[in-house]
Design a protein around this ligand. Structure first.
Ligand code: GDP
Ligand code: MG
Length: 426
């Protein structure tokens, strides 16, 4: 049996969905272990083009079981919408191929509301939240003030628990934000409507995994966002509110004893960042606009233009290390084909010194990029399917990254479609 985590090395949007969709061919189970509907994992395959938010990217493969683990932010309303969307394109979603952990906490309507209110209060100091309620949700989870999916099956208990939580939540909504309150009735109605629809998928996923492990099934852990957004080791406070690291995968999936045999770190051939916070390698003006256009860098969830920059070796090396990546999937190499010379941020200049080490978060504002240039290849590489198909300059660029970040690049993606991939055999 072999388990694998597919994780983002940088700020997210590296192309994890695209890689998971490809790699699920070899796995029995795909599990999302953290985050929620703020994800936007784009998948393009024979079934169409999809932007998945909460559903694992293994949902398109027949025979693959997809799991939402205890660590995710389970938003039943958005999940129902997402299930309807993929079903409308002919994708089967049944209790056989989608399982939701009874221990997953439910993201409630007030979480989204509070997210919005807090961003408004912060004004020009805002974090750049996707306003999907993720931060208020995880705060409540750690305050032990959330409802677990499994509680939907006990109506009496659910009513009492919802009352208890609302008594406290309304104090905050009213006292801190002067906002409108939620009633127990509307809350129970909402839970009945959307919770009711996802009930068929809710089960004891720990037991499901236990059995699967005994049978030697292989598990693919699908992460959301990337290393630099990890709540513990990312660019705090410009992080998300969960652990995006591979090390958290077994816990957030409900199989803390599972080993991860391989960690595939997804790295984009250049950098992008959605939201606020320091982004040392950021490009501006015409140069940025060209790269954004070439890479169609607009958020899958929000449609917001993504901030762009060259590949950042300092941040990427840190990401590779913190993820424990054993292999890299380098995506969107084709996007760089328009460039005469390819910029790379090789070091940071900080306090008058050139540094290769990723700094403490509050130091990042002062850091400046040290840029080197590599020759471009001036041709379309989207048809390349083997290492030899790539022009010499593209190969040099890949080899340079590999050496600089200390990790083998096994996959090179040259297009968004499932088969636009080069797999380098070791
Ligand atoms: P994720 O959040 O990590 O799953 O990544 P996103 O889906 O948010 O962003 C990646 C975007 O790049 C999507 O629009 C993909 O369809 C697209 N994409 C992925 N790989 C490639 C590639 O190799 N080349 C090109 N041109 N597009 C790609
Ligand atoms: Mg994304």
């Amino acid at each position: 049996m072999s388990n694998c985590a597919v994780v983002g090395i940088n700020w997210g949007d590296e192309g994890k969905g695209r890689m998971v969709d490809l790699l699920t061919e070899k796995y029995d189970i795909v599990v999302r272990y953290q985050g929620g509907g703020n994800a936007g994992h784009t998948v393009i395959n024979e079934k169409g083009k999809f932007a998945l938010h909460l559903l694992p990217s293994g949902i398109f493969r027949e025979g693959v079981v997809n799991v939402l683990g205890n660590g995710v932010a389970l938003d039943p309303e958005n999940l129902c919408r997402e299930i309807d969307d993929v079903r409308a394109k002919g994708v089967a979603v049944t209790p056989d191929n989608l399982k939701i952990s009874s221990r997953a906490s439910i993201l409630m309507p007030w979480h989204r509301k509070l997210d919005e209110l807090e961003e408004l209060r912060l004004a020009d100091k805002k974090y750049g939240s996707t306003k999907q309620g993720i931060a208020p949700f995880y705060s409540d989870k750690y305050q032990k003030k959330t409802i677990l999916a499994g509680e939907l099956f006990d109506k009496e208990h659910l009513k009492a628990h919802a009352e208890e939580i609302l008594e406290w939540k309304d104090l905050i909504l009213k006292g801190v934000y002067g906002a409108e309150l939620y009633t127990v009735e509307e809350t129970l109605d909402w839970l009945d409507e959307f919770g009711g629809r996802i009930k068929p998928f809710i089960c004891d996923t720990e037991e499901f995994f236990d059995e699967a492990m005994k049978q030697g099934k292989s598990i693919l852990f699908e992460a959301q966002l990337g290393t630099l957004r990890d709540i513990d080791l990312g660019i705090y406070p410009y992080t998300t509110s969960s652990n995006t690291l591979a090390a958290y995968a077994p816990i957030g999936s409900g199989i803390p004893y599972a080993s991860i045999d391989n960690v595939i770190g997804v790295v984009k051939a250049y950098s992008t960042c959605v939201g606020e916070g320091p982004f040392v390698c950021e490009l501006f003006g015409d140069e940025a606009e060209k790269l954004r256009e070439a890479g169609a860098e607009y958020g899958a969830k929000t449609g917001r233009p993504r901030r762009v920059g060259p590949l950042d070796i300092v941040a990427t090396s840190y990401g590779v290390k913190m993820q424990g990546a054993k292999e890299i999937a380098l995506t969107k190499l084709d996007v760089l084909s328009y460039l005469d010379k390819i910029p790379v941020c090789v070091k940071y200049e900080l306090d008058g010194e050139k540094k290769a080490k990723f700094p403490f978060p509050s130091q990042l504002e002062k850091a400046r990029p040290v840029t080197e240039y590599f020759p471009g290849w001036h041709c379309d590489i989207s048809g390349a399917r083997s290492w030899e198909d790539l022009p010499e300059e593209a190969r040099s660029y890949v080899t340079f990254i590999e050496r600089a970040v200390g990790c083998r690049i096994k996959y090179i993606s040259v297009g968004a479609e499932r088969d636009s991939i080069i797999v380098r055999e070791v």
